[in-house]
Every structure is written in structure tokens, then in C-alpha cells.
Design a protein around this ligand. Structure first.
Ligand code: CAO
Length: 568
């Protein structure tokens, strides 16, 4: 492995040609002759191709820089060790002019490139590679976000990347304070324990570091590669979901309403290869896009703006449908009505939103209500107070609810089944792991308590406290949120008379618990004050019939009203 600096070759005497696009980013694997940057002189645009194949370890230019022959463009780690480090610089620029060049442009002549490459030393031993820690699962998780950039200083514990399983998102903290030297991954890939994420120059060892990246590297805007072989950059992928124009799905559902421009018209548009590729992928007619770059050149942001406008026009004109065929909720500019404060949503909130929509749209929900008389349970719980204090804990209604649900679920196993094979099969489970919704400042999480039917009330109580604490501290591991057969959402400590929870699919039922209150209950001869606990059971009506749900809830109410029954 050798680091090679690729420099600007002879560009026909053009001094100070402006960088108008950077087509690669740190971490990209580039092929020989792949375009690295687009330069624009007062006469023409030209692409600077790679004279080496390998991995980009440093980008030394930024959009707006003025370059001349011999100036460094990128540093590439090549796969093959070279005998002579005095190798030629970049190949001559493409002699094919960009079709969009201005009418008076002439193509710059190619000339023999001068010997100008230099070798950059590789990482010193003081550089640490940060890997995915134990995330509690053997399986792969998605790397959904890289929270740092090359060159960035990070504190110990500062979030480096965000990982996401199908149930939760986790942040990998920095093991030490230092400087991010190199990203070894890009967002969108799957990772597992041990996968190396980035190189960190640990604070205090800066002097022994590899050649520090130029400041321009940090501000280099990333754009898609102009070749089909290279993938989109880290930054693009991370931002894709929130950027309609860079999201394939958004573009699929939102092809611009304007008529398609012919290939000829588009090829005459003034845009670089990266923008052309993006436009092709999204089916955007370049001829209809206004360019905001130098001399009207179309840049990536122009494509974003074009798609955004097409989307809003489409909605205004035809009440555009979302991918599900459901009319989209129009975007409103709330600032028209008063002061607003738009805040980015946490990844967990967005993940929860997706899960809610999925369950809401797939599961035909029915909710059944009942009240459990927990007067005796509450006096029993009160009698445990002193013992709980001796044990250094406290006991809420939650462990009793878990235990009662486990008994009722084992007696009504359909309530803890799941659909499989596209609805052909119903999977019955011989275990009884129950999820418990926990409200955290970061969003909603559902840790799972395993084998509830086999645990004592004290054990369950300890686990409720432990898992709720881990959830609030964002320390739950993926396997602590998996395997549930049924869920409980208790808002009893918060308040409310009743609510209709959404089934946590592929589970088929969920219990909503509201705040207990003292109610006058007729005992056959008089009204007596009883502590009543409102329960709501939402279920998947594809699997659970009203009768199944009614039997389960009636049994549950009976168990909570007389907890001695739990032993029977
Ligand atoms: N009725 C009356 N009081 C109740 C009650 C009920 N149904 N359930 C709990 N309480 C009381 C508790 O006894 C406790 O009182 P004391 O401190 O006087 O003993 C107080 O309310 C607070 O309890 P808690 O909420 O800390 O503990 P818990 O074991 O009842 O619940 C947990 C734990 C993690 C489920 C809960 O803290 C929580 O996060 N609930 C929110 C769940 C949620 O967000 N669901 C919605 C999901 S869909 O958006």
C-alpha cells in the first residue's frame, strides 16, 4: 500500500482554473481514469481523471479553489506498491469537452503530464481505529448516520456513528478525545461488532499524525461520483432520507410533472457529469432546470429545488398521492401564522413513526375496554411497601400487570401468536416475553422482559426498574428489545381515562393501561368505593376475533381483581 498524490496535469497553460465540482470523497474507491474534479477556465470545462486507482484518503481541493498545473487534487492509497514514487501525475484532462460548454469555448489541448506525484506517509502507531463495540447482537445492524467529518475534533463519549436495528437506534461513542483522520465506512452499509469505523488521532499525539488534511477538505462539498462504479458519498447517503431530490423513493413517487425533455435538449444543458448522472437517475429533464452555478451551470442543489417544486406543484394541481395511494398531507408554511421553531426529529422518533404507520396501515385494529377492580391488589401492594424499602426498591402496579398478562396469555395463546407466510400460517409461541413501552426524552422504546410467566413479582419489579433505566439512558442492547409476544403500554403513572394503543406488529395484541381512580361500584346492595383500573386491549382483527379478545380481557380483569387466581 502506498499513498500517492494526484496532481493537476498540463491543462494547456490555463492558470487558476476554478474547481466547479469535486466528484470524489474520502473513502471512495476510484478507478483509473475516473473523473476526480471538474475545472473550469475562462475557455472551457474539463474533467481531471485519476492517474491511480485506489482509495481516496484525502481530498485537497474544494469547490471555488483556483488550480494550476502541479497542484495537488487528492491523495490515493494505491493497492500496488510502486518501485518509483516519482510517478506521473494525473492523466491529461479529457479531451472531450463537456457538451454544455459555452459557445465560444475551445477544448484545451492535452499535453504530456509532468512528474509531480509525492508520497504521503501512512498512519503512525498513535492513530487508533475505532470499531463497532459489543452491540448485544451477532447479527448485522444498519449504519444509518456518520455524525462526524474528517478533520473534526471529538470529545470522549461524543457520538461518532448511529447504528439502527429494526427496533432501536444506538450511538457509538468516541473512546477518547481526538481528531477524526479518516472514515473507513459509509452510511447505508450493514455492520457488526468489530467492524472498523474510522481512524482517530488521539489527543496529545497530533505531532505523530499522518499529514493533516487541508482545511479545504473539511468543507469540500460532496457530490455523487460521475461513474457508475463508485457509490454515493457518505454525506449524501446520510442526508438522503430528508432530501427529496436525493432519495430514490421520493423521486420515484414524484417524477416532475413537466413534460420530458428530449435527450438532445438535455445534453445541451450546461451541467457536469455528476449532475447529469443524478438527473438521469431521477428522470429529471435537465433542459428544464435553471442553473445557479457560474455562468448558469446546473448544480446539484438546482436538481433538489426542481424536484421540490415539482412535488409541491403536483400536490397543488392534482392532490398528489403518496406511494400508498393515500393523498399526502400538504406542507404548510406555519411561519405565515406566527413565530415557529422547526426542530430536527430524533432518529428514534422517526423510526417509531415509521413503525406506527406500518402497523396502522397493515393491521385492522379493534380496541376493547374494561376496568379491573384493583382495590385488593392495591392494599396488597401497600402492604409490601416496607419490605420493598428493605430491599431498596419500590413496587408499582407494573409487575402485577406483567404477571397477570402472562397468565392470561398462556391461557389464550392466540393472543401471543404472529402471522407468517403472508397470512398462510399462524405461529404459536411457547414462550412468554412481554414488551413494555417506556417513555424517554429521546422517544418511545419497548424493552422486552423475558419469561414473565416464570418470574416472581420481585424479579419482575427489579427488571421493570432496570430496563426502564437502561431505556432512558439509551443503553438498551438490541436483544433487550426483541422477541416480545405481546406489549403493555402503561400511562397509569401519567394520567388519562383510556386510549387505543397501536398493535406492535408482528405481535397481534397490546394492552393499554390508564390511571386508576376510586369509583362508586354497586356491590348488589350499595355503592362502595373501589379502586378501578381502566384497561384497553387493541388487537389485530385478522387473527383475533372479538370473542378471543373478550375472553382474554375478562380473564385479565379477573386475575387483577383477585391476584390469588394467578397461582391457579
Ligand atoms: N394508576 C395509578 N397510578 C399508577 C399506575 C396506574 N395505572 N401505574 C403506575 N402508577 C403510579 C406508580 O405506582 C407510581 O407511583 P408511586 O411513585 O407513588 O409509587 C407512579 O405512578 C409512577 O410510576 P412509574 O411510571 O414510574 O412506574 P411504572 O412501573 O408504573 O411504569 C414505565 C414504568 C416504564 C412503564 C413508565 O415509567 C412509562 O414509561 N410509561 C409510559 C409508557 C408510554 O409512553 N406508553 C405510550 C406508548 S404509545 O405512545
Amino acid at each position: 500500500m502506498t499513498n500517492k498524490t494526484i496532481t493537476v496535469p498540463d491543462i494547456g497553460g490555463a492558470e487558476g482554473a476554478e474547481v466547479v465540482e469535486v466528484l470524489v470523497a474520502v473513502g471512495d474507491h476510484i478507478e483509473l481514469e475516473q473523473s476526480l474534479i471538474v475545472l473550469e477556465s475562462d475557455k472551457a470545462s474539463m474533467e481531471i481523471p485519476a492517474s491511480e486507482a485506489g482509495e481516496v484518503v484525502e481530498v485537497r481541493v474544494a469547490v471555488g479553489d483556483q488550480l494550476s498545473e502541479g497542484d495537488a487534487v487528492v491523495v490515493v492509497k494505491t493497492a500496488v506498491a510502486l518501485v518509483d514514487t516519482e510517478t506521473p501525475s494525473a492523466s491529461p484532462p479529457s479531451t472531450e469537452p463537456l457538451t454544455e460548454q459555452p459557445a465560444d469555448a475551445t477544448v484545451l489541448a492535452a499535453a504530456t503530464p509532468p512528474p509531480s506525484a509525492s508520497t504521503v506517509t501512512s498512519a503512525e502507531p498513535t492513530v487508533t481505529r475505532v470499531a463497532v463495540p459489543d452491540i448485544g447482537t451477532d447479527g448485522d445492524v444498519d449504519l444509518v448516520e456518520i455524525a462526524v467529518q474528517v478533520g473534526q475534533m471529538v470529545e470522549e463519549g461524543e457520538s461518532l456513528v448511529v447504528l439502527e436495528s429494526d427496533k432501536a437506534s444506538m450511538e457509538v461513542p468516541s473512546p477518547a478525545a481526538g481528531k477524526v483522520l479518516r472514515l473507513l465506512v459509509e452510511s447505508g452499509i450493514s455492520v457488526r461488532e468489530g467492524v472498523e469505523l474510522l481512524e482517530l488521532e488521539v489527543a496529545g499525539n497530533a505531532a505523530a499524525s499522518v499529514t493533516p488534511p487541508m482545511a479545504a477538505t473539511e468543507s469540500t462539498p460532496t457530490v455523487p461520483s460521475s461513474t457508475g462504479t463508485a457509490s454515493a458519498t457518505t454525506e449524501e447517503k446520510a442526508s438522503a432520507p430528508s432530501t427529496p431530490a436525493s432519495s430514490a423513493s421520493a423521486a420515484d413517487g414524484a417524477k416532475p410533472a413537466a413534460p420530458e425533455a428530449s435527450a438532445d435538449e438535455s445534453s445541451n444543458a450546461y451541467a457536469g457529469p455528476a449532475v447529469r448522472k443524478l438527473a438521469r437517475e431521477f428522470g429529471i429533464p435537465l433542459a428544464q432546470v435553471g442553473g445557479s452555478g457560474p455562468r448558469g451551470r446546473i448544480v446539484k442543489e438546482d436538481l433538489h429545488a426542481f424536484v421540490k417544486q415539482a412535488l409541491s406543484q403536483g400536490q397543488a394541481v392534482s392532490g398528489a398521492m403518496t406511494g400508498t395511494g393515500i393523498p399526502a398531507i400538504p406542507e404548510i408554511d406555519f411561519s405565515k401564522f406566527g413565530a415557529v421553531d422547526p426542530q430536527p426529529r430524533s432518529r428514534l422518533d422517526k423510526l417509531t413513526a415509521d413503525n406506527m404507520v406500518r402497523a396502522w396501515l397493515n393491521v385492522p385494529h379493534v380496541t376493547q375496554f374494561d376496568d379491573a377492580d384493583i382495590t385488593d391488589l392495591e392494599s396488597f401492594r401497600a402492604s409490601l411497601k416496607a419490605e420493598a424499602e428493605r430491599r431498596g426498591t419500590k413496587i408499582t402496579p407494573m409487575p402485577f400487570l406483567l404477571k397477570a398478562c402472562a397468565v392470561a396469555l398462556n391461557a389464550n395463546p392466540k393472543l401471543k401468536s404472529s402471522l407468517a407466510d403472508g397470512g398462510e400460517t399462524l405461529v404459536y409461541k411457547h414462550y412468554c416475553h412481554i414488551g413494555m413501552a417506556v417513555d424517554t426524552p429521546n422517544g418511545l422504546v419497548v424493552p422486552v422482559i423475558r419469561d414473565v410467566d416464570k418470574k416472581s413479582i420481585w424479579e419482575l419489579s427489579a427488571e421493570v426498574i432496570e430496563l426502564a433505566g437502561l431505556a432512558r439512558d439509551k443503553k438498551l442492547k438490541p436483544d433487550q428489545m426483541q422477541g416480545g409476544v405481546f406489549s403493555i403500554s402503561s400511562l397509569g403513572g401519567i394520567g388519562g381515562r383510556g386510549f387505543t394503543p397501536i398493535v406492535n406488529a408482528p405481535e397481534v395484541a397490546i394492552l393499554g393501561v390508564s390511571k386508576s381512580s376510586t369509583q362508586p361500584i354497586w356491590d348488589g346492595s350499595q355503592f362502595v368505593p373501589r379502586s378501578m383500573l381502566p384497561l384497553s386491549l387493541s388487537y389485530d382483527h385478522r387473527v383475533i376475533n372479538g370473542g378471543d379478545a373478550g375472553r382474554f380481557l375478562t380473564e385479565l380483569v379477573g386475575l387483577l381483581s383477585d391476584i390469588r387466581r394467578m397461582m391457579m
